[in-house]
Design a protein around this ligand. Sequence first.
Ligand code: GRF
Length: 196
Amino acid sequence: MLVSGTGSILQALLNACQSEEFGARIVAVGADRDGTGGVEKAEAAGIPTFVRRVKDFPDRMGWDQALTRDCAGYAPDLVVAAGFLKLVGQDFLSQFGGRMINTHPALLPAFPGLHSVRDALAYGVKVTGCSVILVDAGIDSGPILAQQAVPVLDDDDEEALHERIKVVERTLVVDTIGRMVRNGWTASDRTVRIGS
Ligand code: GRF
C-alpha cells in the first residue's frame, strides 16, 4: 500500500484485514515522504514500511525504479495507492499495471488531479463523490472499479466536503478491494467487472 498522508483509508483497510473472511492482508506500506500518519499507523500494526523520496534520486526514473524494487520485494498481488501524491512511471506500471488501484475524491472523469474537492466546489456541482480506479499512465484516467456519490451542501468548504467524501471513500475502497481479492476481476478496454 502506498500513502503520502494521514492514512485513514489505510487504517480502514487494516481494520478490515483483521477478519480472515476479508481475504486480504497488507504486506507492506510505502511512502514518498517522511513523517506520514500512514507509516505511523502501519508501524503500530506491525506492518513493514519503507520511504522513497524523489529528492534522494538524480531523476524521477531512478525513484520509480527504486519504488518498483521496494514493492516487488514484498510480492504483492495488488498495489493500493490511497492518498499517494505521486504518479508512478513506466517501470512501476510494467510491473504492476492492471493490478494497481488508486482512490480519488471526485466522480471521475470530473475533477482529476490534486485539487479535486476544491475544483468541484468552485465549479458549483451539487453532487460529487469518490472513485476507485485501476492506475494507468495518465492522471486519474484509468478504468473505473467503483464510484459513490456524495451530495455537496450549501455551506460546505473544502475541508468539510473532503471529510464527508472520505467517510464514503473508506468504505468503498475496503468493499472494492475485498470483492476483487475474493472474486477476481476482468477488464475489457475501460470496463472492469468484479466477480463472475
Ligand atoms: C483521500 O481522499 C484520497 O482519495 C486523496 O487523499 C485522501 C487520503 O486520505 N487523494 P487518508 O490519508 O487516507 O486519510
